[in-house]
Design a protein around this ligand. Structure first.
Ligand code: AQP
Length: 327
């Protein structure tokens, strides 16, 4: 079984990225032949700083190894190291509807009120479709916010197959049963987000322990003061229960039961501690790995070579089926 997922190197990664995506990467690397891609080409679709992109890319590689990706059990690589991704995006744009791209929620949200909206922000899902389809992917572990993009990737693959003949395997998304959409601690009706969230409501994987504790202590809940899991009615408390469930490795009903009759302060304090304990070993490994940039670059070169070999036959087939004269 082939696994593929991508993650952007812009911005510091938060607990939503960890719970929705990275945690699933770690488990799926043992369930199949797994490819994880640091999607640096996607990061230039919104305003960004080139120096920042450069450093964050290496930061993210170190972080992914630190949370448990093993270079012997999966392939981690940079999207820009494998030119097939950019080529596939152009070819797939021939079978992507302009109207469908315009309906993407992320495009609308990220473009709203901006003076400059790049064409790349609009065509982003085409690049993402290529990322996934090139690898004959069976499953894509992602958070809930990527559902719409995965759907369009499937549509694009199906349209290509119908127009040019069976070429792509049509992948399915895999979402965590708990924590597929972690919410901002300060604005619990919005998802925790790199670009759209509050600083105090966004818990970073690399935040200092005291910063993590404080962010949880000041989390917004509600006035009812009853600890109960009901995401629609009580988004703040339910979000804390989900995070506790993942961080402590306990099912949601267990967490609910453990806090029955207790106050919000107890829950907030304990979730903070559980997250500090969860991230502490990852933070220590991150520091070690990030210090050896030569080794990080070497591992990424090995990953890119494997990704090139795996994606090349699919790209070649695309060119041939589309009628291009090959060299
Ligand atoms: N709040 C979240 N809860 C659960 N999963 C989440 N993911 C993102 N936010 C949450 C998942 O993380 C993976 C990598 O995301 P990304 O950084 O590559 O891109 P993104 O989705 O754009 O990240 P953000 O933080 O959500 O940034 P904004 O809001 O600025 O776009 C994906 O699998 C995603 O589902």
């Amino acid at each position: 079984m082939r696994v593929f997922s991508g993650i952007q190197p812009t911005g510091a990664k938060h607990i939503g990225n960890y719970i929705g995506a990275m945690r699933q990467y770690v488990t799926t690397q043992d369930e199949g032949d797994a490819f994880f891609c640091i999607v640096d080409l996607h990061s230039i679709t919104v305003d960004y700083d080139p120096r920042d992109l450069h450093d964050r890319t290496l930061d993210l590689a170190a972080l992914l190894y630190a949370v448990g990706l093993d270079p012997d059990r999966c392939t981690l690589f940079l999207q820009s190291h494998v030119t097939a991704h950019a080529e596939a995006a152009w070819l797939l744009s021939a079978v992507t509807g302009f109207g469908q791209l315009g309906r993407m929620t992320q495009f609308k949200e990220k473009g709203e009120g901006k003076e400059f909206v790049s064409a790349g922000l609009f065509t982003y899902p085409v690049l993402m479709a290529g990322d996934i389809l090139l690898y004959e992917t069976d499953i894509v572990p992602i958070g809930d916010d990527q559902r719409q993009h995965l759907e369009i990737a499937r549509d694009i693959g199906q349209r290509f197959n119908a127009r040019y003949g069976e070429t792509f395997k049509i992948p399915r998304g895999v979402y965590p049963t708990v924590g597929a959409r972690i919410m901002d601690l300060q604005e619990p009706s919005n998802k925790m987000s790199t670009t759209g969230g509050t600083t105090q409501g966004t818990v970073l994987v690399l935040d200092e322990p005291d910063v993590i504790r404080k962010k949880f202590k000041t989390a917004v809940t509600d006035s009812e003061r009853e600890i109960r899991y009901a995401p629609d009615e009580k988004p703040g408390v339910s979000n804390l229960i989900e995070i506790m469930s993942v961080a402590a490795g306990r099912p949601i009903p267990d967490v609910e039961q453990a806090y029955a009759g207790k106050g919000y302060g107890d829950l907030k304090g304990d979730v903070g501690e559980a997250v500090v304990d969860l991230f502490a070993p990852m933070q220590a490994r991150y520091k070690e790995l990030r210090a050896d940039e030569g080794e990080l670059r070497r591992l990424l070169r090995v990953g890119a070579e494997k990704a090139r070999q795996t994606s090349a036959p699919t790209l070649e087939q695309m060119y041939e089926r589309m009628g291009f004269v090959r060299p």
